[in-house]
Design a protein. Structure first.
Length: 355
């Protein structure tokens, strides 16, 4: 049977593309993250021409020159005269989206230790998340989800307080304080680094506003509720939860149901703003692998013990909690001929049903 040379060539190119894609992330992500954390991209995006000597904080100038050469080979930088560069149009687009690299790279310790983890029997040495990278990356990445929720809170709920469980670097609270001038805020996070960052960021930006933050496990409703009540007294509040539920679910929807039911018991008149990640089927993700990083997000959530739930499971949760859904916004819906579209993320506003 004769071989179709064009088809064979196309198949070979397709496989080569897959290999390059799979390998490149291993190198490009730490390179872009390291340079980005040092603030170099902020300078690069503003300056038409630059060289490694513009970054004296990089003590290893030889390594920085190697990195610039690598970024040139990826068409992110363009070499001019000896040692000088400018951003390419593609580079400008990529460097402006630094946060897309920070959050995945914050789980780098899990990736570095993957081989050891694989050959050792439990209990294992638990790798650590780089909290600062995670805070910086998550806060910026989540910004696109904020406006819809904040608009509804401002127009419909009109609370005197906003309480953000899992506040990270205080990014969401900052948007709320900016858009709702009279509102008071409380940030709660398991990470002491997050709490300190929230306090520092918000008090610098909003001097004179009422801003509290303290560290506590978001799943420990009985503990954080007491402290929240000591601040708010009888004033009205809204509680927000950005990507918190998957951290407490352990892949079990009933844990989320119990958690939200407990929040309702202790705050029976308080609305909730919830944003979450959704687990899509392996088949759906495989079909869309070239345009989505969800396979990677689900991997580092799984190996770090976080339980991302499916859209079907969230619909089940919605039916069994003492709240009514009054606003829903879905993002990055993925579908196929065999499966109906499902969101990669969603925002809900929930109002409590009367007890």
């Amino acid at each position: 049977m004769p071989v179709d040379k064009d088809s064979k060539s196309s198949a070979d190119l397709s496989i080569s593309h897959e290999l390059v894609t799979l390998i490149r992330g291993f190198f490009a992500t730490p390179v872009i993250t390291a340079v980005g954390r040092l603030g170099f991209f902020e300078f690069i995006l503003k300056q038409p021409v630059f060289s490694s000597s513009d970054f004296p904080q990089a003590a290893n100038q030889s390594l920085l020159k190697n990195i610039f050469q690598y970024l040139e080979r990826l068409d992110l930088l363009k070499s001019l005269q000896e040692g000088q560069y400018e951003c390419t149009p593609l580079g400008k687009q990529i460097f402006q989206r630094l946060s897309s690299f920070l959050a995945p790279h914050s789980y780098g310790d899990y990736m570095v230790r993957l081989y050891d983890q694989l050959i050792q029997a439990p209990p294992l040495h638990q790798p650590k998340v780089d909290r600062l990278e995670n805070i910086l990356g998550s806060g910026r990445t989540h910004e696109r989800y904020f406006p819809t929720a904040i608009s509804y809170i401002r127009r419909k709920l009109k609370p005197q307080w906003i309480v953000d469980i899992g506040c990270g670097d205080g990014k969401f609270l900052g948007f709320v304080l900016q858009d709702i001038p009279e509102i008071k805020s409380i940030g709660i996070d398991l990470s002491e680094v997050s709490v300190q960052t929230t306090q520092k960021n918000l008090k610098q930006r909003f001097p004179g506003r009422t801003i509290h933050a303290f560290d506590c496990n978001g799943a420990d409703v009985s503990t954080w509720s007491q402290k929240v009540k000591s601040f708010v007294n009888e004033e009205s509040l809204t509680i927000s939860m950005w990507f918190l539920l998957h951290e407490i679910s352990e892949r079990d929807p009933s844990r989320v149901i119990r958690f939200l039911t407990e929040v309702h018991r202790l705050f029976p008149r308080t609305p909730l703003a919830v944003c979450e990640l959704v687990r899509q089927s392996a088949e759906l993700l495989a079909q869309n692998r070239q345009t989505l990083v969800m396979p990677e997000y689900l991997l580092f959530h799984d190996i770090s013990g976080q339980g991302v739930l499916s859209w079907t499971e969230y619909q089940t949760i919605l039916k069994q909690i003492p709240y009514d859904l009054v606003m829903q916004r879905t993002f990055d819906e993925i579908g196929s001929e065999l499966e109906t579209p499902e969101p990669a993320t969603f925002v809900w506003v929930l109002v409590p049903r009367p007890s």
